[in-house]
Design a protein around this ligand. Sequence first.
Ligand SMILES: Nc1nc2c(c(=O)[nH]1)N=C([C@H](O)[C@@H](O)CO)CN2
Length: 117
Amino acid sequence: MDKVFIEGLEIEALIGIYDWERRIRQPLLFDVEMAFDNRRPAASDDIADTLNYKAVSKRLIEYVSQSDFGLVETLAERCAEIVLREFGVAHVRLKLSKPGAVRGARAVGVIIERSRE
Ligand SMILES: Nc1nc2c(c(=O)[nH]1)N=C([C@H](O)[C@@H](O)CO)CN2
């Protein structure tokens, strides 16, 4: 299956389980791979036939910016649900990275894969 992807989408959010994390905003990085048959937009050359990565990015920015979860697992799950439900995607792989959260690691986080039921 073809894919449409978003790589390195940086969004600041209130996220974390510690008291000091509840008082600041931290940068998060999103890598999103979405299953989509790209043959139709390739044939029509029409943006209306695409899975529009700009529209998905804007929606994730809107949602993540106002979120305030403790765990990255929770936020990743909600974001995957948005992609599946609101954009009609059948399968999504989402990597949520929290850069600098652990000293010595470039980033930590989760990778999830979800399919529409
Ligand atoms: N699996 C997880 N482990 C940890 C998380 C998390 O969201 N999922 N969060 C933290 C803290 O908030 C951490 O990011 C602060 O440095 C620790 N472990």
